[in-house]
Design a protein around this ligand. Sequence first.
Ligand SMILES: C[S@@+](CC[C@H](N)C(=O)[O-])C[C@H]1O[C@@H](n2cnc3c(N)ncnc32)[C@H](O)[C@@H]1O
Length: 193
Amino acid sequence: MNNSSQPKWSVEEAARIVRESYGTVIPQGMGVAESLYDFDEIGWLPESVKDYALGLGNPIRYADLQVGEIVLDVGSGAGIDTFIAAKKVGPTGRVIGLDMTPEMLERARANQQILGLTNVEFREGKMEQIPLDEASADVAISNGVINLSTKKGQTFRELYRVLKAGGRLVFSDSVVNGQLPRSVLDSEAAFAG
Ligand SMILES: C[S@@+](CC[C@H](N)C(=O)[O-])C[C@H]1O[C@@H](n2cnc3c(N)ncnc32)[C@H](O)[C@@H]1O
């Protein structure tokens, strides 16, 4: 019996569970988006973005994004924070949305086409091995994603590597205060949900 407080999965198994979960996720309706964002932040976005808001907070509200900055959105999903960031940094800035689930990247790129944003790029990759040069981003944001990493130390080292000196990391996530029961730790749905 495994008594540790860690999920029982290998990194590869965890990636499979997360990919399957987010590859098949269904639209959530507007509830999450409306609870996390103000109308002036998301009123301009199509339903195909807002229906797939899966975050846990609103990191951009605390990121103090400036015109011209380069932003990395870790686990960008269908793109809601990527697009809000793109509006804030403007055409002289750039936002890179990183996600490892092909279906999510497909949704995000379709949404980018609808919005006609040219300062956004979606890249396939993992937060544990970020496909970005060192010291290349001013700001990294993430919303409801880092909890899904089974190598959080490596993820934070990667974020430190790709941020410029003095760069900012702002993320919303869930934390566990106490010990989760083994039945929850061993549940794929609880892990990916
Ligand atoms: C809860 S959703 C959040 C999506 C988005 N940030 C939002 O607020 O709507 C988690 C996203 O992180 C992605 N993800 C999970 N683990 C990842 C990893 N190791 N590397 C990159 N992306 C990952 C999933 O594919 C999914 O799109």
